[in-house]
Design a protein around this ligand. Structure first.
Ligand SMILES: [Ca+2]
Ligand SMILES: [Ca+2]
Length: 91
């Protein structure tokens, strides 16, 4: 029985961590903490991720993705838009 409980605890804590990740990720994009990602913040994050993973950075593509995820076209990605689109991915 103890083993079963331990397994559940492991699963649930994994779920909680994965549920929290998008917020944490978004916070790392939203450097000025105004609750939305500006194009400049988006590019900064994309650049950093590209450098970290050794990929080539393409600013035009990054901005295209930004526009795709800016659902209400106000020029910013809100956390809601971020979660409604693909969550913590740059694509
Ligand atoms: Ca911001
Ligand atoms: Ca928006």
């Amino acid at each position: 029985m103890k083993k079963v409980i331990a397994a559940f605890v492991t699963i649930f804590s994994a779920l909680i961590v994965s549920a929290m990740e998008p917020d944490v990720w978004f916070a790392s994009v939203d450097k000025d903490k105004d609750g939305r990602a500006s194009p400049a913040e988006w590019i900064t994050k994309n650049k950093a991720e590209a450098a970290r993973t050794g990929r080539e950075f393409n600013e035009v593509k990054a901005l295209e993705k930004f526009k795709e995820r800016d659902l209400d076209k106000d020029g910013f990605i809100s956390l809601k838009e971020f979660l409604a689109t693909k969550g913590p991915t740059l694509g």
